[in-house]
Design a protein around this ligand. Structure first.
Ligand code: UD1
Ligand code: CA
Length: 491
């Protein structure tokens, strides 16, 4: 690499002050809408942060409080700069440069200017732009793309020798210029020392009466500086989001990209069309994803695990060889070889041990279930600690809430909780203890004891014949009693 291209990346300036009216959103400014687990702006900042610029500034305007809060929370390295009036991309960039200058931060080196609504733009493309820019010693280098339909974009003007002479906006373009299919992506690399002066010289003599950042190309060229261009390999990478149709398109494209990466790393995706994955998801080899799987947040899938169909995992760790089917799981750690579902709901703070089981129609909240412990059917387990090898029978309920306070339940190692037991918390079932089916227990059961709490059974002989005469039940009972009597005679 030449000495020039080793120049530091001085800054990345992200323009995000625009209104985004076409999103038709009262809830969120455009750049805070989400795709694949990150805001549109977050995707741009993640790409920018990979390049480790000295300064990272985001120009905010429309609903700036929300954008600024989002930056403080998720991207504390990025500084918000306010553009009071949104009168053009040129003025937006100028506001950022002036804000940095006001703090004594003079830009020296490459400065990338980009938008907050292009979530598909990669760090690799930004890096290539910065490198070519510095390597060629340009005053400005623009990222361009050949697109099937250039309507609405600024067109790249080139001289007969191929050199870039400027950019003309759709509304200022002649019919001939509108036929040009090479468009301005809105991403540029500038020489920082030249940027402030070029921005100061932008006028508003155009169809929209705005300060066009695109004018800097002609300004720098006229001042004798080199103007370069990098053509993006895939024009879809520069897709800017203006409405929710494009939002869905971007999500689809990003999802495809993330799934392709997963498949190349050894993950089988049975149906990419119905499998959704967030940027932070990580995985090992031989993971199997069935149709209808959604992997959200910082979910991790260990080797050989199997997820789906119709399963949503959020911020969840799935151990090696574990399976999760037709379930919804949030913030859980599922041990190696464990099984979850079908139709389980793990709703936060759940640890399931190795080879443990949470089965059909089971809800678990804020509980730890030990290695090899099983909750196979129809149960609610909340605020509980279940020891290794324990078994909770069908219909077990931890009554963890008395209407005011939550209380814990403890079930010991290798304990056996009978079907339809209500464990009225706080309560402890000791190691190796049993509970009788149908018991409601509000006192501790010592280790090895059987906890029983239910009425004694009593059979009222002949009740059906007396109270339900002539019914099919009475007939069946009479036949059975007659057969028993005969058996008795024969014996
Ligand atoms: C701009 C380019 C055009 C390019 C297109 C690519 C100019 C004059 N035109 O057009 O050549 O093909 O992007 O998408 O630059 N913004 C601010 N403050 C403002 C105005 C805009 O922060 O005062 C931000 C917006 O939030 C938006 C971005 O800049 O993210 C682009 O602004 P927009 O008005 O959409 O520019 P285009 O007309 O699309
Ligand atoms: Ca736009």
């Amino acid at each position: 690499m030449s000495a020039v291209s080793d120049r530091p990346l001085a800054a990345v300036l992200v323009l995000a002050a625009g209104e985004g009216t076409r999103m038709k959103s009262r809830a969120l400014p455009k750049v805070l809408h989400e795709v694949c687990g990150r805001s549109l702006l977050g995707h741009v900042l993640a790409a920018a942060e990979e390049l480790a610029p000295h300064q990272l500034a985001v120009v905010v305007g429309h609903r700036r409080e929300l954008v600024t809060d989002h930056l403080n929370e998720r991207h504390p390295r990025a500084r918000a700069v306010v553009q009071e009036r949104q009168n053009g991309t040129g003025s937006a960039a100028r506001v950022a440069v002036e804000a940095l200058a006001a703090e004594g931060l003079e830009l020296d080196g490459t400065v990338i200017v980009t938008y907050g609504d292009t979530p598909l733009l990669t760090a690799d493309t930004l890096r290539a732009l910065a490198e070519q820019h510095a390597g060629q010693g340009n005053g400005v280098t623009v990222l361009t793309a050949e697109v099937p339909d250039p309507t609405g974009y600024g067109r790249i003007l080139r001289a007969a020798d191929g050199s870039v002479t400027g950019i003309v906006e759709q509304r200022d373009a002649t019919a001939e210029q509108r036929a040009i299919s090479e468009i301005n992506s809105g991403v540029y690399a500038f020489e920082g020392k030249l940027l402030g002066d070029a921005l100061a010289r932008i006028g508003t003599d155009n169809a929209q009466g705005e300060e066009y950042l695109t004018d800097t190309l002609e300004i720098l060229r006229a001042a004798g500086h080199r103007v370069g261009a990098v053509v993006a390999e895939d024009h879809r990478e520069i897709l800017g989001i203006n409405d929710r149709v494009q939002l869905a398109e971007a999500r689809r494209l990003l999802n495809d990209r993330l799934l392709e990466r997963a498949m190349r790393a050894g993950v089988t995706v049975v149906d990419p069309a119905t499998t959704w994955i967030d940027v932070q998801v990580s995985y090992e080899q031989d993971v199997l994803l069935h149709p209808g799987t959604r992997l959200r947040g910082a979910t991790f899938l260990a080797e050989g695990c199997e997820v789906g169909p119709d399963t949503t995992l959020t911020d969840t760790e799935v151990g090696a060889g574990a399976t999760v089917a037709s379930s919804t799981v949030e913030r859980a750690r599922i041990g190696a070889g464990a099984t979850v579902g079908p139709y389980a709901y793990l709703r936060g703070g759940v640890e399931l041990g190795a080879k443990g089981k949470v089965g059909t129609f089971v809800e678990v909240k804020k509980s730890s279930i030990g290695d090899g412990a099983k909750v196979p059917h129809l149960a609610y387990v909340g605020d509980a600690t279940i020891g290794e090898g324990a078994n909770l029978g069908a219909g077990t309920i931890t009554a963890n809430w008395d209407g005011v306070n939550k209380s814990p339940t403890v079930v010991g190692r290798h304990a056996r909780v009978g079907s339809n037991t209500v464990l009225v918390a706080p309560v402890t079932v000791g190691d190796g203890a049993y509970t009788a089916a149908g018991s409601a227990l509000n006192k501790d059961v010592p280790p090895g004891a059987l906890g029983v709490s239910r009425a004694q059974q009593r059979n009222v002989a002949g009740w059906v014949a007396r109270s339900r005469p002539g019914t099919t039940s009475a007939e069946a009972a009479a036949a059975a009693l007659a057969a028993t009597a005969e058996d008795g005679e024969q014996a």
